[in-house]
Structure formats: structure tokens, C-alpha cells
Ligand binder design. Structure first.
Ligand code: IP8
Length: 248
């Protein structure tokens, strides 16, 4: 079994609200299908989640009543994005089932404390492909919080110990001093700095991803690849050598 995260930057235009990259998602869905592998799909929120989540300060947890309409809106928007991803998977001949974190995850201080993995297991056993996504969930300390697709990848990797976990992003991998790294390990990650960008992102982008990827590498072979290049995902799933960064 493999874990695939379709990053928000590949499936949406992160700088413009509600821009879904349908052509890319359809191609990636076909690549998953063509690989013949059993997968769990996680996807990011992109411009369907981060822009409003930032506006309402949802990453801070409950502070005031005004945020509540933001919780509703962001949950509805990421579900809308999820429906589009699910439809692309169906059209590619996959049988997806949507598992919204708002219904199966509870956090404490932004960390996942409870996740109903039985739901994932049972659907997988039936031959369906679970699809989950970055969302707003309950938080036992903060009221609510943002759960990123990357955090979900970590939890699912702990439980399912997939043969491989692939982060599909919009770059060829992790760069240091303008050079793409084939492999990175904990020492390199400790020296990485979080880059500031103008694009709204409440969950931390590449730096956080690499830190999470490092934790995941205890349970699964973890890599970051570029989903904008034809067949990279399919080849990576098939175990062929592809351009990307492996996190050890
Ligand atoms: O795009 C963030 O998930 P991510 C979820 O995987 C929201 O970081 C609601 C902004």
C-alpha cells in the first residue's frame, strides 16, 4: 500500500481563491490508476482553505465568535475541493471514498490525538480508495484547529506503514543553495530555514513538510516529487527511479 499526498500547490492555484487545476488533477488521477497500486490519497487545501483560514485566524484556535462562520466556510470549501478531487478519481476509474477529518479526527494543541483509522482500514479492505484532506477539526484545548494534509500523512504512515509515501508538489524536490537534493537527512533538515512567502499558508509549506517527512521516514520510504511533470507520480508509484528528494 502507498500513501500519496496531492499538494495544494499542484491541485489549486494557491494565490487565487477557488482555482482548481482540473487538468493536472485528472492526469494525476490517471497516473495513480495506471500504476495499479493500492493507495490512500491525502490532499492539501490550497486556495480553497488557506486564504480564508488566515483571514479568520483559524490556525490560532477559538478566540472569538466571529471565527465560527470562518470554520463553517473553510470546512465547506475544502469539502468542495475534495468533491472535485474525488470526481477526477472516479473519472480515472478509481473507487474513492471521502473521509473528512472534521468527522474522524480530534486534536490537542494542534496535534492529532485521535483518528478513527478503522474507517480507513474497512474501506481499504472493501477495495475502495480512502481520500482525506487538510481540514478544520475539533481541538480539545483550542476548540478547533487546522489539520494539514501533511499531519494526516504522518498519522496514516504510523498506522499503515506504507511501502512508500509520496508528497506530490510543484517543485522537483527540496533545494538547498539552489541545488536539488536527491536525499536529505535529519542533520540537513536541522539547518534548513523556514522561508517567508507572500502566498497565504497557515500550515507552513516546504519546511514543515520536510520536518514531518523526517518523522514519517521511520515508518515508510518518504519522497517529494513534482506532480507537474507527466508520469513522475506513476513512475514513483511503480518503483522506478524519478527526479525528486528522498527523506531519510
Ligand atoms: O493544505 C491545510 O491543509 P494543507 C488545511 O495540507 C486548511 O496544509 C483548512 C487550511
Amino acid at each position: 500500500m502507498m500513501l500519496v499526498k496531492l499538494g495544494g500547490s499542484v491541485i489549486t492555484d494557491k494565490s487565487k481563491k477557488y482555482v482548481f487545476k482540473e487538468k493536472t488533477v485528472r492526469r494525476l488521477a490517471k497516473e495513480i490508476k495506471n500504476s495499479g497500486e493500492k493507495v490512500i490519497v491525502v490532499h492539501g487545501a490550497g486556495s480553497f482553505g488557506h486564504i480564508l483560514a488566515k483571514k479568520y485566524g483559524l490556525d490560532k484556535g477559538f478566540i472569538n465568535e466571529k471565527q465560527i462562520s470562518g470554520v463553517t466556510k473553510v470546512q465547506a470549501d475544502v469539502k468542495g475541493l475534495n468533491a472535485r478531487v474525488v470526481n477526477s478519481l472516479i473519472d480515472a476509474g478509481i473507487s474513492p471514498v471521502s473521509i473528512p477529518p472534521s468527522a474522524v479526527v480530534e486534536c490537542r494543541n494542534k496535534k492529532i490525538e485521535k483518528i478513527n483509522v478503522d474507517v480507513f482500514k474497512k474501506y481499504l479492505n472493501l477495495g475502495l480508495t480512502p481520500v482525506t484532506f487538510g481540514d478544520v477539526t475539533l481541538d480539545r484545548k483550542l476548540g478547533f484547529c487546522i489539520v494539514s494534509g501533511d499531519l494526516l500523512m504522518l498519522e496514516l504512515a504510523k498506522v499503515f506503514k506504507p511501502e512508500k509515501s509520496i508528497f506530490v508538489s510543484n517543485v522537483d524536490g527540496v533545494y538547498m543553495d539552489k541545488k536539488r537534493m536527491d536525499k536529505i537527512h535529519d542533520k540537513i533538515v536541522r539547518n534548513m530555514k523556514r522561508k517567508k512567502t507572500k502566498i497565504p499558508d497557515v500550515t507552513g509549506s516546504m519546511y514543515e513538510k520536510v520536518k514531518i517527512g523526517l518523522k514519517m521516514s521511520k515508518f515508510t520510504k518518504t519522497m517529494i516529487i513534482n506532480g507537474n511533470v507527466n508520469n513522475r507520480l506513476c513512475n514513483a508509484l511503480k518503483g522506478r527511479k524519478v527526479v525528486g528528494t528522498v527523506i531519510k
